[in-house]
Write a protein that binds this ligand. Structure first.
Ligand code: AMP
Length: 118
């Protein structure tokens, strides 16, 4: 079984966080270090470390990430102006927490998709 991260504790409500949605497949909670007026993380309840670890049996949970993202974007008032969904994968993708998650960001123009080359 994949190793747990802090996100599993959030999902089980063992540590405090601002959960905005939860069902049998996914949990959504506000990012502790928001990069935009709305910054919510949507995560499968079962640990999938990275996109590279995804298998067919994860398709229901991963599909749910998108439908919950759309629902939360609507609830946050982001639907009309738009928003960005990001999934980082491993080192070059800038992934910090190895429990696959989708960032829902919005509430201001988000600028170019990638940071300038350093
Ligand atoms: P990533 O770089 O894609 O792995 O994103 C990890 C995200 O998790 C970052 O945006 C962090 O701010 C966020 N994060 C880390 N710990 C917590 C926590 N305890 N509660 C909410 N968000 C967190």
């Amino acid at each position: 079984m994949a190793e747990e991260t802090i996100f599993s504790k959030i999902i089980r409500k063992e540590i405090p966080s601002e959960i905005t949605y939860q069902d049998e497949l996914v949990t959504a909670f506000r990012d502790i270090n928001p990069q935009a007026p709305t910054h919510i993380l949507i995560v499968p309840n079962r640990v999938i470390p990275t996109v590279s670890d995804v298998s067919g049996e994860d398709e229901a949970a991963l599909g749910r990430l998108f439908s919950v993202a759309a629902r939360l974007a609507e609830a946050e008032g982001l639907s009309e102006d738009g928003y960005r969904l990001i999934v980082n994968c491993r080192d070059h993708g800038g992934q910090e927490v190895y429990h696959l998650h989708m960032h829902l960001l919005g509430g201001r123009p988000l600028g170019p998709m990638l940071a300038p080359r350093r």
